[in-house]
Design a binder for this molecule. Sequence first.
Ligand SMILES: Cc1ncc(C[n+]2csc(CCOP(=O)(O)OP(=O)(O)O)c2C)c(N)n1
Length: 554
Amino acid sequence: MEELLYNKAGKKIILLGNEAIVRGALEAGVQFVSTYPGTPASDIGDTFFRIGESAKVYFEYSTNEKVALEAGIGASFSGLKTLVAMKDFGLNVCLDALGPFVYTGSKGPTVIVVADDPSCHSSAQWEEGTRAISYLTHLPTLEPADPQECKEFTKLAFQISEKFKIPVMIRTTTRVAHQRMPVTLGKFTHPRTLKGRFVKEPKRFVTLPPRVMEMKKELLEKIEKIQQFSEKSKCNKYTEVKSLHSGIITSGVGYLYVRELLKKLNLALPVLKLGFFYPLPEKKIKGFIKKFKKVLIVEELEPYLEKEVERLAKEANCKLEVIGKELIPEVGELKPEQITLALAKFTNKKFPEGKSLTSYETGKIQVPKRFPQLCPGCPYWFVFSAIKKAVNLKQVVFGGDIGCYMLAGLPPHSIQDYLSCMGSSIGIAHGIKKSTDQKLITFIGDGTFFHAGIPALINTIYNRSNPLIIILDNGTTAMTGHQPHPGAPPKGSTPLKIENVVKGCGVKNLKIIDPINQKEFIDAVKEFLNKKEVSVIIARRPCIQISSFQKKRR
Ligand SMILES: Cc1ncc(C[n+]2csc(CCOP(=O)(O)OP(=O)(O)O)c2C)c(N)n1
């Protein structure tokens, strides 16, 4: 039996942060789960995909994050306990739906899990800190530090959502989502039903002026109540160390490093570890900082906590020195060695090397850099090779998009002149074609085409431009772990043929080619590059890594 489904309270099993979130949701009685894959959050959906049926939970991979959230909103409005999971960029995609949802509030308790990726380990596009969106939308947000907290905070998030009728975000980062530890299980019972009922309450579910302004007032009142709740919550914890001089405020993975390093360096400093990011337990923070001369804020990425502590210090202790980003970097994920150096400066101590920093940390051991590569046998090798034979690379602009094929930008291919966010290859191609006389070829994967490429393709037809779009149809969402998509769905759904969508959008110049047929591919590129209207080549050959098991499952 799947360990995650053990029904033995008190038993410990080793879980990944993401699996612990799944377990927390099961213990909370989740009924409806939707997601769009994206590392470091992908394992949440993939785990539900694997165990959802046995757990008797509804699960879907949606077409994109906005659609996933909207599906979740529908389930919540129908009274179901709902979880929606995505990576950081996904929250931007669904922001348009998120804002109004926080206003209407949830009916069925709803938790939105979002995983940030400091240092861009698996996020080419930009280093995002989604905590800004907590403030922007007034979305209550919890930040777990380890897998046990991932489980407990998920349950707590469902409780807060149930009590205050508002969606709650669990914000993790790569090091939290991908960390393993023995997690103590609680009890769970399978949901009795997956059926809810939508009861008409336009006053509650319709965001339309003038009501919408009342809704904002009601939301701010809710946030005030949640703040009072957060003041008493055990997820903000204090370590009792007597120091009238200085202390540390931290959250998420920063707390783990602080805890470990204080021990390693034999330092005794009081630490306030915040589990609530929004709304912050302001009284608790004021109580903590009131007697100190200085406080160190150990937080990853942008200095939101630091700014808030500075604001609170004006009321609680106006002489307090708040030290944050001058010692703790804002770029990249936190590293223990950076915190060691920050602690040394903060406490005016010198730590003997060896005790504080390892040779790796001091940079004495250099690890050679390696570029990521397409897998041997990947169909994209054939596509890039044909392009190089078909055109003069200097005379054509090459657009990239998000997926394995963005490795086109690295040697030995080096055919990518711009890269932004999912689906943007086509949108930007249109802008370039409208602004220049240059020839342009753009690549987009099948998964990305379904996620956000279709409206941009329609725009090229609607506003008459002529890029050559190569849709790389490898039959899967390869980069994030081979999840299905509408073109290659799980068993029971009818595959949506990309060619039908492309034709339906009005594209006349269309060819479907297996790129292993190099001559055919080269000829098609040459022909289409001279067309006056938009052209599409669907390069169809399955990903070399799709296992026969996955083929059967689809
Ligand atoms: C808004 C957003 N959601 C999710 C992701 C994570 N992500 C990276 S690549 C990718 C899809 C890749 O699939 P596909 O276009 O089929 O290309 P393949 O990897 O199969 O070549 C996803 C979902 C992201 N980068 N941005």
